[in-house]
Each structure stands twice: as structure tokens, then as C-alpha cells.
Design a protein around this ligand. Structure first.
Ligand SMILES: C[S@@+](CC[C@H](N)C(=O)[O-])C[C@H]1O[C@@H](n2cnc3c(N)ncnc32)[C@H](O)[C@@H]1O
Length: 212
């Protein structure tokens, strides 16, 4: 998916992926990440998710990256925070308190710019990317986070019956991308609901990826 695809989705308000409250799969399974206040969690392809607010409320430092600068601005405005912004190569870093959001392409984010992270929360991130980009994303994510543990929410449905995004990324594919570095444990599985569930049948799956 090109930048222009997501830019159009944001400017036309076609953001059905954005949820009005913290994701219940995050709030249910978050403890599996064994994080402590002061730890840092990375939220790739974060949009303007309210999950950021929830993670901050747990005393975590939160870092995220998102193509659309308006989404980043909305998060700071919603939280009543005034961000200090810095240009770092092609990225803009916005920072206030425990929140750091980068505007730009995740593939431009280096480990050095991101800084150390204790965990990754991938909701609607790997499933937002087309098949040819996903192996590159998975390898890049492992590299810039030193293979931090992940809580990953994904989908398994028949891709021939409905097109993405969000794409189907079943266990077989997650295994291809991640099994060399992680043990994959399925924490939950539910029938699809929401906008995707109206289009097709399938499963929403919650995974814990633990470095091996
Ligand atoms: C399906 S949305 C999910 C947003 C968020 N995770 C949530 O749960 O609401 C995917 C987001 O990734 C962003 N995105 C897609 N490709 C990206 C990339 N290469 N770098 C940074 N952001 C990207 C899009 O602009 C979009 O906001």
C-alpha cells in the first residue's frame, strides 16, 4: 500500500479501523507482556489509536510511527499535550512526556532513532501491509526493536473471498516471518466482527510472540 493510499483514506475519513475505545484484546492480554511502569512499548503503524492513551495510563512510555501527520497531531491534542517536534532525516519526531510519535515511513525508522523498546503492540499493522511488504516489515521490526516481545492482533480469513487491507495473515505466514526469532502462542481467537466481519467470515487472532 502506497503512502497515497493511506493519505486518501485519512483525508477522506475512511478510517473504519479506528476504534472508539481501547481494544479489548489489548486490555485483556496486555499482562502477558510482563511490562512494568517506565518500560517502553512500540506501536508501529499506530494511526491515532486510543490504545496509546490506555498504554500511557499504565505508566508506560509509548513510541509509535504513522504515515499521516494529522493522526499524530490528533493524538497529542486529544491528550492535551504540546509536542516538541524535531526533524530526523525524513521523519518528524513529536515528543511530550512519555509519548513519542514519529510521522513518516516505518522503513525509515532506525533502531538508533527509535531507542530501546521492551515490547511491541501490533494491532492492524502487519495486516495493513500487502503480501510483498510483510516479510520486509517483519524483518525490519525485529531489527529495530532487537526482537522485542510482541502482542499481535491479526486475521485469518479466505483472502480469495475478500481483498485487503486488512489482509489475512494466518499462522502459516506468521511462522514464515517470525518463527526463527520467536515462539508464537495463540492467546485468543474470535469470529470476525466489525467492518471486516460484515464482508467475510474468518477469525481474529491474538498472538504473543516471545523471543527464543
Ligand atoms: C489499518 S491502520 C491501523 C492504525 C492503528 N494501528 C489502529 O489500530 O487504529 C494502518 C495505519 O498504518 C499507516 N501506515 C501504513 N503504512 C505505513 C508505513 N509504511 N509507515 C508508517 N505508517 C504506515 C496508515 O496510515 C494507517 O494509519
Amino acid at each position: 500500500m502506497e503512502h497515497s493510499f493511506w493519505h486518501a483514506r485519512w483525508t477522506e475519513g475512511r478510517i473504519g479501523f479506528h476504534e472508539p475505545a481501547a481494544n479489548p484484546l489489548l486490555t485483556t492480554h496486555f499482562d502477558q507482556l510482563n511490562l512494568s511502569p517506565g518500560d517502553t512499548i512500540f506501536v508501529p503503524l499506530c494511526g491515532k489509536t486510543i490504545d496509546i492513551d490506555w498504554l500511557l495510563s499504565k505508566g508506560l512510555r509509548v513510541s509509535g510511527i504513522e504515515f499521516h501527520p494529522g493522526a499524530v497531531d490528533e493524538v497529542f491534542a486529544r491528550l492535551g499535550l504540546t509536542a516538541e517536534t524535531t526533524e530526523i532525516g525524513p521523519l518528524t519526531r513529536s515528543r511530550a512526556g512519555d509519548l513519542t510519535l514519529f510521522s513518516g515511513d516505518v522503513f525509515e525508522l532506525s533502531a538508533e532513532t527509535l531507542g530501546p523498546v521492551n515490547a511491541i503492540y501490533d494491532r492492524a499493522a502487519i495486516v495493513a501491509l500487502p503480501p510483498e511488504t510483510r516479510p520486509l516489515y517483519a524483518a525490519h521490526l525485529s531489527k529495530i526493536t532487537a526482537t522485542a516481545p510482541q502482542l499481535l492482533i491479526g486475521f485469518d480469513y479466505d483472502q480469495t473471498l475478500s481483498d485487503g487491507p486488512p489482509f489475512s495473515v494466518p499462522l502459516s505466514e506468521l511462522t514464515d516471518h517470525y518463527a526463527a526469532q520467536y515462539r508464537l502462542d495463540k492467546l485468543a481467537e474470535h469470529p470476525l466482527d466489525g467492518p471486516l466481519g460484515q464482508r467475510t467470515q474468518g477469525l481474529e487472532q491474538t498472538w504473543l510472540l516471545s523471543p527464543t
